[in-house]
Design a protein around this ligand. Structure first.
Ligand code: NDP
Length: 293
């Protein structure tokens, strides 16, 4: 039993003293998570292929007060085992353990709408717009790299669990509502890859539980990012209008994109709740209730 004051949000969701690593942490959802963790006391390392992006994100968004900090690490291409091993070495020169790994690095894939009722023209429009190599590329970054990134950091995550308590070291895979809904959204390869990422997270949660490391996933709906808007500003932030959300071709009950705060809450919940393993937290503004899933 705890005293009531021990249930304050600031205590429940403090990550003070934690070491966290976020792939794709220089923009979009990865950066939102980096800010959430640093604001609550963590030393957050962000990585990606463009080092200047990481430097800008860290400089602009590192907390101005408190123990939390955002630090660029890398560059790293998560599709390369060599690059991942070099990232492990870099992190080990700074930290003896890793409390949280967030796999947010991801790319979109080829797009083509399966709109024609004629099988001939539907087949041809998708056939012409997509190539097996583009499918491989999407799977390589969005699925395969999540697996190898987690494997690379598993020993450091286990050290966190050994030192701070069983199942405290943990992984959050940023998957997508696109991996759950049956709507292709005009990008079959991305949605199939995100479905695979969800199942990968579930398998890793079961298989890696014996190491004391938890694995969960956040499945976001629409959030402003470079991927969803095609750009970011000088602060590495993107804007997504309500009009853009309305044009998605299916209902979005919230009527808007998700916010930094809403992603931060999902991230802190999974990071801190040691009793949750193998779950998919859907943060989609209600889309899954409207679109077949
Ligand atoms: P962004 O494009 O803003 O972020 C993706 C990040 O991944 C970039 O910072 C990019 O940096 C990094 N990245 C891409 N490829 C690699 C690579 N090979 N190695 C290392 N880093 C890489 O988009 P989002 O924030 O939207 O995407 C983050 C995750 O969220 C993705 O997995 C995406 O699928 C998922 N998601 C996003 C949704 C949204 O609405 N925004 C909805 C559902 C899921 P760099 O180019 O410098 O490497």
């Amino acid at each position: 039993m705890v005293e009531t004051q021990e249930l304050q949000a600031s205590r429940l969701f403090s990550v003070e003293g934690w070491a966290c690593l976020i792939t794709g942490g220089g923009s979009g959802i990865g950066l939102m998570c980096a800010q959430a963790l640093a604001a609550n006391g963590a030393r957050v390392y962000i990585t990606g292929r463009r080092f200047e992006v990481l430097e800008t994100a860290a400089k602009v968004h590192s907390p101005k007060s408190g123990p939390g900090k955002i630090t660029p690490l890398g560059p790293c291409d998560v599709t390369s085992k060599t690059s991942l091993m070099s990232l492990v070495t870099s992190l080990m020169s700074l930290e003896s353990r890793l409390d949280l790994l967030i796999c947010s690095a991801g790319i979109s894939g080829p797009k083509a709408q399966p709109s024609s009722p004629s099988a001939h023209s539907l087949s041809h429009s998708l056939w012409d717009a997509e190539a097996p190599s583009a499918w491989s590329s999407v799977f390589n970054t969005n699925v395969t790299a999540v697996y190898f990134t987690t494997l690379a950091f598993l020993p450091l995550l286990q050290t966190a669990s050994t030192q701070s308590g069983h199942m405290s070291g943990n992984v959050i895979v940023i998957s997508s509502m696109s991996g759950i809904i049956r709507h292709s959204q005009g990008h079959f390869s991305y949605n199939a890859a995100k479905g695979a990422a969800i199942h990968l997270a579930r398998m890793m949660s079961t298989e890696f539980q014996k190491t004391g490391v938890r694995v969960n996933s956040i499945a976001p709906g629409y959030f402003p990012s470079e991927m969803t808007t095609g750009e970011s500003d000088e602060r590495m932030k993107s804007e997504m209008s309500e009009e853009a959300v309305k044009g998605k071709g299916h209902p979005v009950p919230a009527g808007r994109a998700g916010s930094d705060e809403e992603m931060a809450m999902a991230c802190l919940f999974l990071a801190r709740n040691r009793y949750v393993n193998g779950e998919i937290v859907v943060v989609d503004g209600g889309v899954r209730g409207q679109v077949p899933a």
